[in-house]
Ligand binder design. Structure first.
Ligand SMILES: Cc1cc2nc3c(=O)[nH]c(=O)nc-3n(C[C@H](O)[C@H](O)[C@H](O)COP(=O)(O)O)c2cc1C
Length: 193
């Protein structure tokens, strides 16, 4: 591999949102499988491999939409808003695949929770980069039911585990504009002696 290709891949990766996906166009399951395989190669302290995923596609997208809307309805209490409920029902429908992002806590490994969250985030970055390499759009959302405790069991997560959001995947109709970042020099100190 040319190092310039790696640099280009990392720096051209963008989040691609559902409004940018081609309606009704499915991403090949084989690409999703490669994204998951690459996720599985993220670094992991004490090899806990804490990433857990559930993939929704086809009619499963409707299952996901109904699931998150009903979890919201049952947990929102007085904060329930009808427009939020309708959004949870309709937003997923533009996606080809939706992958729940879970962190499985390994108490016996005796490592800080932060390390397992970080390992899952690295797994998600691997999926983002793989999608970019295949010309497929995706974005990580921590919206919806991400922080609703009652949602965890539906994703095979226990109370000590974390639901960290959802990766929406779709065929790109409207690409994202190139990204911008402030210089790394503003965020880095070098100590040479
Ligand atoms: C942990 C995490 C959570 C995110 N949650 C959301 C979200 O809830 N809604 C959203 O629109 N974008 C979300 N994003 C995507 C960011 O908006 C996006 O990464 C940022 O705008 C930079 O754009 P880029 O990914 O194209 O470089 C999230 C990204 C990360 C890493």
């Amino acid at each position: 591999m040319e190092i310039s290709q790696l640099n280009e891949l990392i720096r051209s990766r963008r989040s691609v949102f559902p409004r940018q996906y081609t309606p009704g166009k499915q991403v090949d399951d084989a690409i999703i499988t490669q994204m998951l395989e690459n996720a599985n190669w993220a670094p992991t302290h004490k090899l806990t491999e804490p990433w857990r995923f559930t993939v929704f596609t086809g009619k499963g997208i409707h299952t996901f939409a109904g699931l998150q809307a009903s979890i919201y309805k049952n947990s929102a209490g007085e904060k329930f808003k009808e427009d939020q409920y309708q959004k949870l029902l309709s937003n997923p429908l533009a996606a080809s695949h939706i992958i729940s992002i879970g962190m499985k806590r390994h108490a016996a490994a005796n490592i800080p929770e932060m390390e397992e969250i970080a390992a899952v985030a690295m797994a998600v970055q691997n999926m983002y980069l793989t999608a970019t390499a295949y010309g497929v759009g995706c974005y990580w959302t921590t919206g919806g039911i991400t922080f609703v405790e009652a949602a965890k069991p539906f994703f095979h997560l226990d109370p000590a585990d974390k639901l960290m959001g959802f990766l929406y995947v779709g065929a790109i109709e409207t690409p994202s504009a190139p990204g911008t970042r402030k210089p790394i020099s503003e965020k880095t100190n070098w100590i040479r002696e």
